[in-house]
Design a binder for this molecule. Structure first.
Ligand SMILES: *Cc1c(COP(=O)(O)O)cnc(C)c1O
Length: 381
């Protein structure tokens, strides 16, 4: 089914096909780690200040690479929210580790930093914070807990490219940061991602794991005279064709970001009267957080009202969608993970949250139209 206003249109900057042509006809390089991959890597390193950025085949693989770098062992515990995409947990489950979920904050839908310390045991090794909707977790508190308990911090910053916390780029604050360039994200290469590594001393190991456990990256730089199998690894490097696509978007990243922020602000302002009337809740952006308008969501009264609103929007050819089913309630979550403490907000808030259409080419008129249907819905309910 096609919608007049779909939920997402993959970002398209205009320079992608030109770059693909260059990769094929000029660079004659379509496998991984060619000039476009290098350009994207350096762009991310410069913009975020991270020591090392490695492009990956997906956000999921960025998380897998980060999980390998943490050296978690079977039975080790990893604290994270249950309100996230399954890949956040999968990356660690694949290593035999146990995701331990703690509740989220209802204002940002991020991990509740005040619940983390109580979940720490002598098996805890890592805290994973997910910056939901590109709005930062409370990183000062999380880093302080991690320091005091000797834990590593992995940021699932899949939604948070171009967002900051107290001036620092999300993804470049914890030990490892993971970006996604899936077509549903702000910048895309179809399928793709990146792992950001804060400690330059871990870069070599990361490079080797990403290149099937070989030191091929060092070989290409002339640092070794032949390459060989030196560690365990996988193939996490994306094709140069995907990187060429991404490069066109990163080149106009500020333009894309500003366009999204303008539509986000428009939603926020036009829906403020409904929020003041107590009919819906609007997203919160805590002080010190600069977000990237990855998503615009509202919260309805409950799951039934949300479904009615989804149906009403559908009647107007507008697609709005709910989001994560909390992982501890999913079959794999019940098998591999546990929830520590009370699920006070995770399930309840996830059932109320509704995401409205948001993409680079969304127009001012589109937002007006979505808002007018939402307003009309609440006038008659
Ligand atoms: C999109 C996303 C992922 C997975 O990224 P892919 O590129 O689709 O593998 C992981 N975590 C979060 C929070 C995401 O939003």
């Amino acid at each position: 089914m096609t919608y007049k206003i779909p939920f997402n249109i993959p970002p398209y900057a205009g320079g992608e096909l030109e770059n693909l042509k260059t990769a094929c006809e000029v660079n004659h390089k379509i496998c991984g780690d060619g000039p476009f991959t290098k350009w994207c890597k350096e762009w991310i390193e410069q913009r975020t200040g991270t020591a090392e950025c490695l492009l990956t085949t997906s956000g999921t693989d960025a998380l897998e690479l980060a999980a390998l770098l943490t050296h978690v062992q079977p039975g080790d515990e990893v604290i994270m929210p249950a309100y996230t995409f399954c890949s956040t947990a999968d990356a660690f489950v694949l290593r035999g580790a146990v995701p331990v979920f703690v509740d989220i904050r209802p204002d940002t839908m991020n991990i509740d930093e005040t619940k983390i310390e109580d979940a720490i045991t002598d098996r805890t090794r890592v805290i994973v914070c997910v910056h939901y909707a590109g709005v930062a977790c409370e990183m000062d508190t999380i880093l302080d807990i991690a320091r005091r308990h000797h834990l590593q911090v992995v940021e699932d910053a899949a939604q948070a490219v171009m967002s900051t916390y107290k001036g620092k780029a999300l993804g470049a604050i914890g030990d490892y940061g993971c970006y996604s360039f899936h077509e549903t994200k702000n910048y895309s290469m179809g399928e793709g991602g990146a792992t950001l590594i804060q400690d330059a001393a871990m870069a070599e190991e990361a490079e080797i794991i990403r290149e099937k456990g070989t030191n091929r990256s060092q070989f290409f730089r002339g640092q070794v005279d032949k390459y060989t199998w030196v560690n365990y690894g996988s193939s996490y490097l994306p094709s140069e064709l995907n990187a060429a696509y991404l490069a066109a978007q990163l080149k106009i990243a500020d333009k894309i970001n500003n366009a999204r922020l303008a539509r986000w602000q428009q939603y926020y302002e036009e829906l403020t009267p409904l929020s003041q009337a107590g009919r819906i809740e609007l997203p919160a952006v805590p002080e010190g957080c600069v977000h990237n308008a990855h998503m615009f969501y509202i919260k309805c009264r409950d799951i039934d009202e949300r479904q009615q609103l989804i149906n009403t929007l559908k009647d107007h050819s507008i697609l709005a969608v709910f989001h994560y089913i909390p992982l501890h309630t999913a079959p794999a979550g019940r098998k591999f993970c546990r929830f520590h403490g009370e699920d006070r907000y995770t399930t309840k808030e996830s059932e109320r949250l509704l995401r409205l259409p948001m993409y680079y080419t969304l127009t001012e008129d589109n937002v007006d139209e979505v808002v007018s249907v939402v307003r009309e819905f609440y006038r008659t309910h």
